[in-house]
Design a protein around this ligand. Structure first.
Ligand code: GAL
Length: 998
């Protein structure tokens, strides 16, 4: 093999989408024509550069010393690093921007395998070699004969190999280059993962077969239409379409006869009731099986409708990501993921930013999702040069663009779930995109075209944006608003306001967050032009990796020694790499739940917010709890509840406790098992407070002694369960405990570290400011020091005053802690008073208690308050008042990069556990404004969390830390979106904590 530079490989500077006998793109069909899977072990050799000679092509080439590699797979995920490592970049190209050239250092995988042509294929008219996905450019030979070249990593190619295939044994050779001109069109925010990563199949096409079928099934007012388009040789006729369940059986004798069929009565398909009818299309030689869903997509004015009803997308951007397999499809994993989406009230998927494995769409049809199917296209890296040289507007790339959209639409056109085509993502704008759109409009009149980058709406049918603020989103939805729209003149803006609007991306789910989901959701109800959106994104793309010491973790950018990378920006999912839903996903589920509950004194108004399904699949169970203990349960008698309707349902009589809080909870749960969840799964839930007024015990008064410092608390002091040495707490309930110690710092979330979108109330998200986290560090919130100003104590009380401040800081906080023993009850009151001169938001206002491991570690907690999961001021809808318990470890979410986690809000009582024993019981009293603190229990300090890039970097712990927070800053989604909304932003302020200990 000769290693040579790329310049001697001319096709590596060719913008053509492919060469050779590539068959016209067609649907990915389930057919009874014979196929031979070529998946499995292939022989493999990797070169660090693109070799100049093509020795692998030779029929008799000696490949006996090659390795074997599975197909499908990505070579960088095989062989434990033997074949290179994955690279993660968001916008950046991991090679010089020098289109259409790519560097000579171009990892190239050569693949070979032998197969035997099935003996009974001799009757086949043509034989095709089909590749469902290869990244990024590949050249194919069969039996030494050059077949062709293809690109379009996430698109299928079928080569006609009839003339090259031979009876008996055959040898197929494939050369795959990691980098190619096509890489410039595939700059999606994800791992670069080369290889043959989807199936390879040999396909026999029978004489008289049906090459392609498109069944367009429309629906209107109870009736359907079936419009067939067939691609078949006239000799294949007669062809019969049959849908037994509908009594449809139509035989066309000639191509000319093929035409629409009216179906009198049919059930429509929707994401809520995904009703599919099995259909067959058959000639004498071939039968194709399809599942038909009847639905009509249309835009009327600024409304996007399916079957006449407005669609609200509660969607997720979905990448193909698997912690071990990368983008290699795993049907069981994908099905479980989609079921999980349904369980969390997700009803839509944008296939960001390329067509998924074709089976995914079968699953979407079956489980019910509105799908925006996106083409494999992104040229984001050209933004760096002001989009200079962007392929989207360069005629040299026009064929490649048109080729991509054709292959996208043709492959997946039969799926009822697909309600919109998307041209791609973040590719600037230009004539090639407009040409793609024109092609789609001509080919498929039944689905609109989406592309976010068409800001002024020159060639797309819906208005789409990513990450606008709440204010801007509202302005897009407001009739008559003259607020300017991004990159639009007033006239262009006015035009955009005549179209349906979607948030193709919003609520960047990186790390702890996003906040403000409820604010976006609220807008959908206020402005019918707004059709919801797609959270960025469904799952983290972490790659399961093991440290040399054997600790498993999920790798992100930089973990494989990449030259350029974008760190953990690839960990921005609602589901962690190990399939665990984040608290953010629970929040999402609660915010978008399809039933709205509005409680009155003795009735609840239930509104069905669904697209078209009634609520007969739901049962409404209620329960009354006294301080979290269930005292009565029952079921509401809910009459028929059509989509869009509201019914008033009487509530049961609620027994109100006099010494406990009384809460009524109603859960709407599935009556029966469905494909994605068992009966009893809770779809929607709401709570209402029915408590009698419970008086808050007054704070014990401690006489003010003038000049506290004059009577310093020295020596040992015991107040009930607490012991103090020289004015400082040393034990509680017999266990070593220190504190309270003011804590204003939290380990910055990914959103706290975000620097864009500094003004959440503005309408220009692009304003870049300074991240909250850097302001916090600048002010030293992570390194506060203390000075005891005064202390005084007697037999029943102890008071200390501390001044807390950071090195080189003028601003300070005064912390006055007063312990009082009253009738045997110990109360701590902490007054936190900021000085003047604090001028940013604070992460938290709280105190920390250290509970060093004694004979046992504090390893669990139970509480009455909001739970069960963590909550923050702008992400609190999933939390309900109740009694909960958890281990310390389970209180934290395993974000890929350690950060703030675990805050439980509005807590009334907390019991800490060590093993089986309750070691400390705390009661939190509300402040004079009724606000209750939250708690966090962690094996690490925020300083330790903030210093770790991955969970395995956290130091071994010998202490449990309890934080009692009067307040926490909100979350926002500033990692790539708006900062925390002012109402949930924590400004320095005076707060009081009152804690009783038992
Ligand atoms: C968008 C982009 C996504 C992703 C996201 C940030 O601009 O379309 O692919 O990069 O930002 O995570």
């Amino acid at each position: 093999m000769t290693i040579a530079s790329t310049s001697s490989v001319p096709y590596l500077a060719d913008t053509a989408p492919g060469r050779g006998p590539r068959r016209p793109p067609r649907s990915w069909l389930h057919s009874d024509a014979p196929t031979l899977s070529l998946d499995g072990a292939w022989l493999f050799r990797l070169s660090p550069v693109a070799p100049a000679d093509e020795d692998l092509a030779d029929d008799g080439f000696d490949d006996s010393d090659w390795d074997t590699i599975p197909v499908p797979s990505h070579w960088v995920l095989e062989g434990d690093g033997a074949y290179g490592r994955p690279i993660y970049t968001n916008v950046q190209f991991p090679f010089p921007i020098d289109p259409p050239h790519v560097p000579d250092e171009n990892p190239t995988g050569d693949y070979r395998r032998r197969f035997t042509l099935p003996a009974d294929w001799s009757a086949a008219e043509r034989i095709l070699l089909r590749f469902d996905g290869v990244e990024s450019l590949y050249k194919v030979w069969l039996n030494g004969i050059e077949i062709g070249i293809a690109t379009g990593s996430r698109l299928a190619t079928e080569f006609d190999v009839t003339d090259a295939v031979r009876p008996g044994e055959n040898v197929v050779a494939v050369r795959v280059h990691q980098w190619s001109p096509a890489s410039y069109l595939e700059d999606q925010d994800q791992w670069w993962l080369p290889g043959i990563f989807r199936s390879v199949t040999l396909v026999a096409r029978p004489a008289g077969g049906i090459d392609d079928v498109w069944l367009r099934a429309g629906y209107r007012d109870g009736a359907g239409t079936l419009d067939a388009e067939l691609t078949a040789d006239p000799s294949a006729f007669p062809i019969t379409l049959s849908v037994p369940e509908l009594g449809v059986e139509r035989t066309w004798q000639t191509p000319d006869e093929v035409g629409p069929i009216a179906v009198d009565t049919v059930e429509p398909w929707s994401a809520e009731r995904p009703l599919l009818y099995e259909a067959t299309v058959s000639s004498a030689a071939e039968t194709i099986t399809l599942r038909v869903g009847f639905r009509t997509v249309e835009i009327r004015g600024d409304r996007f409708l399916v079957n006449g009803n407005r669609v609200v997308f509660h969607g997720m951007n979905r990448h193909e990501a698997h912690p071990d397999r990368g983008r290699v499809f795993d049907e069981e994993h994908a099905r479980a993921d989609l079921a999980r989406m349904k369980q969390f009230n997700v009803n839509a998927i944008r296939t960001s930013h390329y067509p998924p494995h074709p089976r995914l769409l079968d699953l979407a049809d079956e489980l019910g999702f509105w799908v925006i199917l996106e083409c494999d296209l992104e040229t984001h890296g050209f933004e760096k040069g002001g989009w200079r040289g962007n392929p989207s507007d360069d005629p040299a790339w026009r064929d490649a663009y048109l080729d991509r959209i054709r292959r996208t639409v043709e492959r997946d056109k039969n799926h009822p779930s697909i309600v919109m085509w998307s041209l791609g993502n973040e590719s600037g704008t230009g004539a090639n995109l407009a040409a793609m759109s024109a092609w789609v409009h001509a080919r498929d009149t039944g689905r609109p075209v989406h592309y976010e980058g068409d800001y002024t709406g020159e060639y797309t049918d819906v208005y789409s944006r990513m990450y606008p603020t709440v204010i801007e989103t509202a302005e897009i939805g407001t009739d008559g608003s003259r607020a300017p729209l991004l990159n639009c003149t007033p006239a262009q803006g006015a035009r955009q306001r005549t179209k349906p609007f979607i948030l193709c991306e919003y609520a960047h789910a990186m790390g702890n967050g996003p906040g403000a989901l409820d604010q976006y959701e609220q807008l959908v109800h206020e402005h019918p032009r707004l059709h919801g959106g797609f959270v960025w994104e469904w799952r983290d793309h972490g790659i399961r990796t093991t440290t040399p010491e054997g600790a498993e973790f999920f790798a992100y950018g930089g973990d494989f020694g990449e030259v350029v990378h974008d760190g953990n920006f690839v960990m921005d999912g609602m589901v962690l790499s190990n399939d665990v839903p984040t608290p953010g996903l629970h929040e999402y589920k609660a915010v978008v739940q399809p039933i709205r509950f509005v409680f009155d004194v003795d009735a609840v108004a239930l509104t069905n917010l669904r697209h078209s399904a009634d609520a007969s699949d739901l049962r409404f169970r209620w329960r009354v709890e006294h301080d979290g203990a269930v005292v009565r349960t029952g079921e509401l008698d809910v009459p028929e509840l059509e989509a869009g309707a509201t019914v008033l349902v009487p509530l049961p009589e609620v027994p109100v406790a006099h010494d406990a809080e009384t809460w009524l909870t109603v859960d709407a749960e599935l009556r029966d098992d469905v494909a994605w969840a068992p009966a009893g799964h809770i779809v929607a839930s709401a709570q209402v407070d029915r408590s009698a007024r419970i008086p808050v015990p007054a704070a014990p008064t401690v006489p003010l002694r003038s000049g506290d410092a004059a009577a310093p608390a020295s020596g040992t002091l015991t107040l009930g369960p607490a012991s103090f040495e020289n004015g400082r707490l040393v034990s509680l309930g017999g266990r070593p405990v220190s504190g309270p110690r003011l804590e204003l710092w939290r380990a910055p979330t990914d959103n706290d570290e975000g620097a864009a979108y500094s003004d959440p109330t503005g309408s220009d998200g692009s304003v870049v400011g300074v991240s909250s986290a850097s302001l916090w560090r600048e002010q030293g919130l992570d390194r506060l020091t203390r000075r005891l100003v005064s202390s005084s104590g007697d037999a029943t009380s102890l008071r200390t005053v501390e001044r807390v401040s950071a090195a080189n800081a003028l601003a300070s906080v005064s912390v006055e802690s007063t312990w009082t023993l009253n009738d045997g009850e110990l109360e701590l009151r902490v007054e936190i008073l900021p000085s003047a001169g604090w001028n940013t938001v604070w992460p938290r206002i709280g105190v920390r208690f250290d509970l060093p491991d004694d004979a046992t570690a504090v390893d669990g907690a139970s509480w009455f308050g909001l739970g069960p999961l963590e909550s923050y001021p702008d992400s609190i809808h999933a939390a309900a008042v109740g009694r909960y318990e958890s281990t310390v470890d389970d209180l934290s979410a395993d974000y890929a990069r350690p950060q703030e986690t675990g805050h439980r809000s509005a807590v009334r009582r907390l019991t800490l556990r060590a093993g089986e024993a309750d070691v400390l019981a705390l009661t939190f009293l509300p402040d004079t404004r009724g606000r209750r603190p939250g708690f966090t229990l962690s094996r690490h300090t925020p300083q330790q969390l903030a210093a770790a890039g991955h969970p395995f970097e956290l130091p071994a712990s010998d202490t449990t830390y309890l934080f009692v927070d009067a307040a926490q800053h909100g979350l926002g989604s500033r990692a790539c979106g708006p900062d925390v909304w002012p109402e949930y932003a924590l400004r320095p302020e005076a707060r009081t904590l009152r804690i009783r200990f038992a």
